[in-house]
Ligand binder design. Structure first.
Ligand code: TRP
Length: 336
């Protein structure tokens, strides 16, 4: 293998609590990338403020996401961990990209439509140009690989479009083509109350999600209370069709145990949910309990967390700023 490592960038928003969905869908998958790539992981606070955040809550959530990453195995000695607002290249390159991206492109973004809902004219302008900032996050490091959940695929395609249009418009070959690293369907974690809705930190029902800060008792309780149907478990994946809640729990089991969903089905064929949920509760507690405990220990040591974020921002800035300056030169922004 060559000594040159390709660069991975990914981000998580500090809005609300980190959930099992963030863990299985994102953070857990980052841990294994740290040895084969140069890895940069960002708490995207500028993205969070595209919808209203209480300032003190935002500050706390920013530290909590950093703590969640570290507790899950992202190692500050191997990866750069920082919060987005502290490296100004992100916002500066995002402005350039606001001038590259077309209204028509952004109008097609399904996440904006979902988040803005019926009241599009009352959504912030920031929410609308959110994908341009995301493109800047990635491209200000010339990152080539971006691990994300399936719901971010469209944003990554937009990132590629922006890079390509920039290169075309200015006759350069500057920004790389970004490759998504999409982790399996099993990592799309759904609500414990409704198997057709994504597990979300904004769901009003606490029982719909497992927070990474939940203690062992609440983890087990929420699994035991999870909604199911009344049929016994099927022996195959096909048997899960039309049974969204059962499928979600099987997927969670598979992801937490790092096994194949079809093998879990085989093992529990014909068994009732009570037994399955007992095992899933034990498994969840054994994986998530230590993470939750390490997170609360880290949250008790804010000066340590802040020192990680400060050093991360310094290191990130060292990579990002020279790339931003080259982009400014290409665009014709005078740097006297
Ligand atoms: N939009 C992403 C999400 O909601 C978070 C994010 C922001 C991100 N910037 C990024 C992910 C850059 C990957 C790369 O999940």
């Amino acid at each position: 293998m060559s000594a040159f490592k390709q660069r991975v960038f990914s981000g998580v928003q500090p809005s609300g609590n980190l959930t099992l969905g963030n863990y299985l869908g994102a953070i857990k998958n980052w841990v294994g990338l740290q040895d084969s790539y140069e890895t940069i992981f960002c708490v995207v606070d500028l993205h969070a403020i595209t919808t209203w955040q209480e300032p003190e809550v935002l500050r706390n959530a920013t530290r909590e996401v950093a703590a969640g990453m570290i507790a899950s195995g992202v190692d500050p000695k191997k990866s750069i961990i920082f919060n987005q607002s502290q490296v100004s290249a992100h916002a500066e390159l995002a402005w350039i990209f606001n001038c590259v991206a077309r209204m028509g492109w952004l109008n097609r973004m399904t996440q904006f439509k979902e988040k803005a809902g019926k009241h599009k004219e009352r959504a912030s302008v920031g929410l609308y140009v959110y994908p341009d900032l995301m493109a800047a996050d990635i491209l200000t490091y010339l990152a080539t690989h971006v691990p994300v959940g399936a719901d971010q695929k469209q944003h990554l395609e937009l990132t590629r479009d922006i890079a390509q249009k920039f290169n075309n418009d200015y006759g350069v070959n500057f920004f790389p083509e970004v490759e998504p690293l999409i982790f399996g369907a099993a990592t799309r974690v759904m609500s414990l109350r409704d198997g057709t809705a994504k597990m979300s930190k904004s769901d009003p029902s606490e029982n719909s999600r497992i927070n990474l800060t939940d203690d062992r008792d609440s983890i087990a309780k929420k699994i035991r209370k999870a909604r199911t149907d009344s049929e016994p478990l099927p022996g195959t994946l096909e048997g899960l069709e039309g049974r969204a809640e059962a499928m979600n729990l099987i997927n969670i089991f598979a992801a937490l145990s790092e096994r194949e969903a079809k093998d879990i089905c085989q093992e529990y064929e014909g068994k009732g949910f009570a037994e399955f949920k007992n095992d899933l509760a034990d498994l969840s507690v054994s994986v998530l309990g230590p993470i939750s405990e390490e997170m609360s220990r880290l949250m008790g040591d804010k000066s340590y967390l802040d020192s990680i974020l400060r050093e991360g921002a310094r290191n990130a800035d060292e990579i990002a700023t020279p790339i931003l300056k080259q982009a400014q030169d290409i665009v014709g922004l005078l740097r006297p």
